[in-house]
Design a protein around this ligand. Sequence first.
Ligand SMILES: [Zn+2]
Length: 460
Amino acid sequence: MYKFLTIFIIFLSYFSVNTLLTECYSQENEFKTVVAEQGDGIYKILRKNGYDLSTYFDSFIKLNKDKIINENELIVGESYYLPPKYNTVRTDEEFYIDSLIKSQFKSVSDNKETADSVVLKEDFVESELLYTDTIITEDAQAESEFKVVIAQQGDGIFKILRENGYEPSIYLSNFIEINNEKTLNNNELIVGESYYLPEKHIPEKSDKHYDDYIHRETDITKWELRYADTIISNKLEGAMIYLISGHGGPDPGAIAKVDGHTISEDEYAYDICMRIARNIEEHGGKVVMIIKDPNNGIRDCRILPMDTDEYCYPNLTIPLNHMQRLVQRTNAVNDLYNKNKHLKYHRALEVHLDSRSTGTNLDVFFYHHTYSIAGRKFAMNIRNTFDEKYAIHQPNRGYSGTVSDRNLYVIRRTIPPAVLVELGNIQNPRDQRRFLDYKNRQALANWITEGIIKDYKMNQ
Ligand SMILES: [Zn+2]
């Protein structure tokens, strides 16, 4: 009786909380039940009963939460409720992401004013030294001059870039930007007109991966070092981390202007993820970059050029539709999880640089799924590492990292426990200093890695 009442209340809460969805449900009010057999997992049982995993996974957990053991295993012989079927995909993330997209285009234009006023503040210098002990020279690249070329008959942007030794996919947006008023439709050039060539990104020492791992990505059954050169410890041996850098492909995420360059969230999130990946391998763990750029390794430059050639594991074009993007990367994680079940520890981490924080504190937001105890622990362990580091390096800075649950598609639907972290806001001029200097990006990656190691230790 009690159990029935609980289920009834859960069912009622569907209608009250998700009022938007009520009309999507079928008329059937009763839950069907199935009995778990040897070898059944949530994934398998949903598929056997004609459910799309990515849509119903969460509802299944809600309905059967007392009967699911760790890592989403089912108890053989136990009966489980199947969720009511509804016709459309839920749209809660769409609202979230739409609002992010709206806010990013609004605040790009705001940035100029705030940038000027922030410079005048006394704590400007201090704010540069967020993560490292050394002073960073910010304007090493600021004063360089652009080279000029004259467009000839038949020249287009791609041609002119290639002829001058530029990789068009990397420099296209820079070129358009600095020659703003002199490009015609379809990126045509005006014959006889002079054009600026963008500043070249010079690969530095740590850019040695720039090309050489392109061919190392596809066969995950054969584990090898993809992101690091050597293993320095075995602290993460047996751990499997799925790294999702936010946005990518046609979606740049939040964008901002720095010294006349447009920078985008996806490139910086990607660079931090690549650094985490390198750290994980160095500590003996396994890692997959779910979002990959074929020709970008770890980059130590301040301005990371925007491009759109990222793809989703294993080799999928990232779709324009954002809901499809979320489903695609979630499926990638879940497929990899299912192929690597022999490993005991799996965690997914999604990295963003677009929080809604507006204050002057360093706000880092960690989100986990409501029903994921392991996800919450994972978030707490990374957050606690940030706390410790701040206590040592910046005792007076007013760090406020928060851990909270949130109903986001990717963390809700990935089978391994997942955390989404917002490391700051790339549009906030104060926060930008945390991301522009690669030493700060490396420090963030190191702290996150320490948090992962801590979490892994607790699970052993
Ligand atoms: Zn984002």
